[in-house]
Design a protein around this ligand. Structure first.
Ligand code: DC
Length: 225
């Protein structure tokens, strides 16, 4: 009998190692990995390029037209905007600084949630984000919620940024991590929240390999039920 292709939802705070764990888990299961944060980042990039987003202000009418025509695709785990590989650009500081303004807008969330449901419908996916287990797939087969202390997350993010040559202090990064936590958890639509059926994993003191093993065990249990 062919094994059922599951929908695995992974939510959690930024810099918990969520995307690395999700990507690794998807590879181990032979599933597709869908990084929904990359989708919000890509809409932000297109809005910035077209001058729809300026100084934190958004032209919502023009943005609505963009949402109708935009093509978002993952190819070999990288993000493509209307056929162009934008993987590098969406991770830069400019997009990171603007993405919250876009991710809080109701029409953006509605359009992206639709696309995410379409991408995951057939199963065989690991999808990571903030609202996957709560809004996108409330009936996902297995849900995980990743946490880590703000200090741990700030240290990881600081290491990543320093490695890329960005000059920023650990204090600034920690302030930014706390600010993003606040924005992610307090927005009106699709806030970051742990649903009661999600398995919480604290990544402060574990390796990626340990976390993936923990998840695989939980997934094996769930697929037996
Ligand atoms: O995971 P990330 O840092 O790449 O996410 C980028 C932004 O998008 C972040 O501000 C949170 C937001 N986001 C969201 O609102 N809902 C999701 N499902 C995924 C990300």
């Amino acid at each position: 009998m062919e094994q059922k292709k599951l929908i695995i939802a992974i939510d959690g705070y930024s810099s918990t190692g969520k995307s690395t764990v999700s990507r690794t888990l998807a590879a181990r299961l032979g599933y597709a990995y869908i990084d929904t944060g990359a989708m919000y980042r890509t809409v932000t990039l297109r809005a910035m390029r077209e001058g729809i987003l300026r100084d934190g202000r958004v032209d919502e009418e023009r943005l609505a037209r963009v949402l109708e025509t935009i093509t978002l695709e993952f190819k070999n785990g990288e993000m493509y905007l209307d056929g162009e590989n934008v993987e590098k650009e969406i991770r830069g500081l400019a997009v990171s600084g603007n993405v919250s303004a876009i991710a809080t807008l109701a029409p953006v969330r509605a359009a992206l949630v639709d696309k995410q449901r379409e991408m995951g419908r057939a199963g065989g996916v690991v999808m990571d984000g903030r609202d996957i287990g709560s809004v996108v797939f409330p009936r996902a087969d297995v849900k995980f919620f990743l946490t880590a202390t703000p200090e741990t997350r700030a240290r990881r993010r600081h290491e990543e940024m320093t490695a890329k040559g960005e000059r920023v202090s650990l204090e600034e990064v920690e302030a930014n991590v706390r600010q993003r936590d606040h924005v992610d958890s307090s927005r009106a639509i699709g806030p970051l929240t742990k649903t009661p059926d999600a398995i919480e994993i604290d990544t402060s003191h574990s390796t990626i390999e340990e976390e993936v093993e923990h998840m695989l065990t939980a997934i094996r249990h769930a697929s037996r039920d």
